[in-house]
Design a protein around this ligand. Structure first.
Ligand code: AOF
Ligand code: ZN
Length: 373
């Protein structure tokens, strides 16, 4: 790969990021068309996955696409789905070369896009910035390979790892800049998940309230085995504007369920033993198209995800305060017998956000995108 290839693929990856959290159930793909060293078209996957990135870039380029190189962050599709195949569109437009980091794991594509392009005489180079693309498509890949979304756990804690004072008040530990980042995280995920305890304690609305990004608010998911979600909660009152999904047990009170559904809440039922297993809840979300899930708490939920090995990425905001031993710790019991048996994390990003510090961590060792029990 030349420097030029790396440069334009980086640009395509950046464009794809713009669709993150909005393209589900599809991957957020970016595309740059380059002719004689000049960009003639750019595109990214549209809301809900349509149009595909290549369609947008080709439309922008028009006749200038002839003889160009297309940098696409995922193998162009080969199937007649909700849009015609992108590989046919690239050939029809006269694109001479296509550069992609990786194949599309969707069984309808999976190498067929590249084969069709090559059969039509287009030069195809595979593998440019593959690691970066795998990270960008982690949610889409997890949904296909592990029947679950990629999971990001967000925690705002004091220096000593407490998320609230003893009375349970945990709001405003971090400053305004960190809170803005947290809202951006919501926009970049398809869904945000909390436990019903958090709803009862904080009555959050879980939307993205950044200027211009309110339409990017995620689906709001409540794990609520006892179906305690109050009709008066902010979530229920706004359920018609942004989706609210509640996952509960099939034995939940049918009258309350009907009242919630009448307010626009989607109630998903799981048999008793399946409702105890997070992996079953995640499979249900993946079946509904969710590729990127942001877990926001509270402590019981965070603990359950960590214990199950179901966290792919942790975003930890550290406020420069101490709350002491009487504060509520960020995770509950993990039964760690010795330090060397502790779940270990690798920091992939570490930066100041206003007066707070943001750490992005990934589990050390094998990737966790494998089916868990
Ligand atoms: C592309 N470019 O921008 C995206 C692709 O339901 P459909 O017809 O939109 O097809 C969805 C599949 O298309 C999805 O599973 C993935 O394989 C591919 N997504 N492909 O060429 C894009 N978003
Ligand atoms: Zn396509």
């Amino acid at each position: 790969m030349s420097e030029e290839d790396l440069h334009f693929m980086r640009l395509a990856l950046q464009l794809g990021e713009r669709a993150q959290g909005a393209a589900w159930p599809n991957p957020a793909v970016g595309c740059v068309l380059v002719a004689d060293g000049r960009i003639v078209g750019r595109g990214w996957t549209g809301p809900g996955g349509r149009p595909h990135a290549e369609t947008v870039a080709l439309a922008r380029a028009g006749a200038a696409a002839r003889g160009s190189t297309a940098y696409v962050t995922l193998e162009p599709c080969a199937h007649h789905g909700r849009t015609p195949p992108c590989c046919e569109a690239l050939v029809a437009a006269g694109v001479a070369r296509v550069v992609v980091p990786m194949l599309d794991p969707d069984p309808r594509v999976d190498g067929r896009g590249i084969a069709a392009l090559r059969a039509a005489g287009v030069v195809v180079d595979v593998g440019c910035l593959e690691a970066e693309a795998r990270r960008a498509h982690a949610g889409f890949l997890a949904r296909h390979a592990a029947r679950r979304p990629m999971v990001t756990l967000k925690v705002a804690a004091s220096l000593d790892g407490r998320i609230a004072v003893a009375s349970g008040i945990g709001r405003w530990l971090t400053g305004e800049r960190a809170r803005a980042w947290a809202h951006r995280l919501r926009a970049e995920h398809d869904a945000v998940l909390v436990g019903s305890g958090t709803v009862l304690a904080d009555d959050p609305d879980l939307t993205c309230r950044l200027p211009g990004l309110s339409r990017r608010s995620p689906v709001r998911v409540v794990l609520d085995r006892r179906l305690r979600l109050p009709l008066k909660s902010r979530l229920v009152r706004t359920a018609r504007r942004r989706p609210v999904w509640v996952v509960t047990r099939s034995s939940a009170d049918p009258a309350h369920r009907a009242r919630l559904e009448a307010q626009g809440v989607r109630v998903e039922l799981l048999p008793h033993e399946r409702s105890e297993r997070l992996a079953d809840t995640l499979a249900l979300l993946a079946e509904s198209g969710i590729t990127r899930l942001l877990v926001e708490g509270g402590r019981e939920i965070a603990t359950a995800f960590v214990r199950a090995g179901l966290v792919d990425r942790m975003v930890l905001f550290h406020a420069p305060i101490l709350l002491g031993a009487e504060g509520v710790s960020m995770v509950g019991g993990l039964d760690v017998p010795r330090p060397d048996a502790a779940p270990r994390w690798i920091a992939v990003e570490d930066r100041s956000v206003g007066e707070d510090r943001m750490l992005v961590l990934e589990p050390a060792g094998e990737t966790r995108c494998s089916p868990a029990s």
